[in-house]
Design a protein around this ligand. Sequence first.
Ligand code: ADP
Ligand code: MG
Length: 243
Amino acid sequence: MIEVKNLCKNFGDLEVIKDVSFTIEQGDIFGIIGQSGAGKSTLLRCFNGLEDYQSGSIVALGKEVKDLNKKELQYMQKDMGMIFQNFNLLNRLTVYDNIALPLRFWKQNPKDKENADRIHELLKLVGLEDKINSKPRELSGGQKQRVAIARALVMNPKILLCDEATSALDPKITQDILALLQKINEELNITIVVVTHQMEVVKQICNKMVFLKHGKIVASGKPEELFVSSNEDILDFTGNDVD
Ligand code: ADP
Ligand code: MG
């Protein structure tokens, strides 16, 4: 689904991603973990062309991201839903209209039967059918993230990118959102990329992970193999959990 090879990215003189390579396969829940400032968000934003990169390659859904023109990039972004720590909902719009935003971008009528059915189906999936006409300010953090997830799925993406999706939520709500992400992975067959500084999140739902430190991969593999007592980088990280 996404193949990253020798990727390097800098902001001016600041090298943020340093010779990073890994592959995300269909059906993965793939974790990218590291402390604040490690380069996780930047890496994720390179996947769907929100950031460019200086060298190396990212082949996403069979195409080199940096070679895409504007229109091709929009189609790529349609295939990659994205959710964030702060939900990024529009406060003046209802839950229904927030979920419908990508449909409007793609010049579709969100009130068409097909689209209305789709939105109802997604509201059911995320468990918010009773909040269809609510505004974001009337929702809890967990409910807002559920709306953001429904919006990220409305164009039927193949990949869901999650940037610190549970970092603003308390532990119980985090569990609920992780269970929902697992359900989406299994039932809708959507590949998920989870960027987080929270070890528990990766341990719980990811089948593969890379550990990023100052822009470099210092460990990669299956979480159950990496979170063992002999791994110094992970131990160091455990001792210094930040944010
Ligand atoms: P993480 O998500 O792991 O916390 P980021 O990818 O946000 O890390 O940031 C990695 C580094 O890149 C940080 O040092 C950050 O200050 C820097 N950075 C991020 N975005 C920009 C930008 N648009 N311009 C300049 N520096 C940036
Ligand atoms: Mg970040």
